[in-house]
Design a binder for this molecule. Structure first.
Ligand SMILES: Nc1ncnc2c1ncn2[C@@H]1O[C@H](COP(=O)(O)OP(=O)(O)O)[C@@H](O)[C@H]1O
Ligand SMILES: [Mg+2]
Length: 250
């Protein structure tokens, strides 16, 4: 109880804004004591100066808006209790970077958060447009906010009809897939119009599940990514095939 009270005070210092009861429900859901502590550490390191509202609630993670020293931030908070860690395990097993991860739920989720930071960093360094990753503190990933004035950029799936030159956009996305594969040696492994933001150009997001090329299923995941992208652009009238796109990537 005492501890909870102290945490409350710490959160008070984060100048948390809880906009409505829906937000409150999410906060209660994700912010267990260890998560609050992680947020507090980020605040005392001056990385977060204020927490904002909810951007997205998902099965594995919730994403929040926040303010940092240099502007707006996106904070992805992985859930430990409700996450589907069995599904996560498939992506971690076989990735040479995560050989020594203990196989309990908490460690798997924490490895997942670190993995997303590393994957985003590799992509960012290679020149793929992704949110600039900053730090991971326990289950909390801090990254650049893609959007403006608390409004996140839309997902590609929601702006399909607004794309002026779909063929050009496809070329850009395939270029990013190729850079990921050849330079970062990664396969996104959950790429689709649901994990690409669009603000006039594409931004890849959600790279927790991305695997290195040495993962036994890397080629299967690559083909699945290609199929999703080809299907989306064919619906927009772009002539393209899985084979053609794979050939451009490999
Ligand atoms: N850096 C970011 N900037 C703005 N919005 C983001 C950012 N990262 C994620 N989002 C929003 O949060 C949603 C969920 O993030 P994502 O990483 O895809 O997690 P999930 O595992 O829940 O799919 C995205 O669809 C997007 O709308
Ligand atoms: Mg996603």
């Amino acid at each position: 109880m005492k501890e909870m009270q102290r945490i409350d005070e710490k959160i008070e210092q984060l100048r948390v804004r809880v906009k409505d009861s829906e937000d409150l429900k999410v906060w209660g859901d994700v912010f267990d004591v260890p998560t609050l502590k992680a947020l507090y550490r980020l605040a005392s390191k001056d990385i977060i100066s204020a927490m904002g509202g909810v951007i997205s609630t998902g099965k594995e993670a919730n994403v929040f808006h926040a303010i940092g020293k240099e502007g707006e931030l996106a904070i992805k908070i992985y859930k430990i209790v409700t996450s589907d860690f069995r599904a996560m395990q498939e992506y971690l097993t076989g990735d040479s970077r995560f050989k020594n991860i203990k196989h309990n739920k908490k460690d798997i989720v924490l490895a997942w958060a670190r993995k997303e930071l590393r994957n985003l960093s590799k992509a960012y360094e290679a020149g793929v447009r992704v949110p600039k990753p900053m730090v991971v503190e326990r289950n909390v990933l801090v990254m650049e906010f893609i959007g403006k004035d608390e409004h996140p950029a839309p997902l590609l799936k929601d702006v399909a009809h607004e794309i002026k030159d779909p063929a050009e956009l496809l070329a850009k996305i395939v270029d990013y897939m190729s850079i990921l594969y050849n330079k970062s040696k990664l396969v996104h492994a959950d790429l689709s119009e649901y994990n690409i933001l669009y603000d006039g150009s594409p931004i890849f997001i959600d790279m927790g599940q991305s695997v290195t090329r040495d993962h036994p299923n890397a080629e299967t995941f690559l083909l699945r990514d290609v199929k999703n992208i080809v299907k989306f652009f064919r619906k927009l009238g772009v002539e393209c095939s899985d084979e053609e796109v794979v050939a451009k990537i490999r």
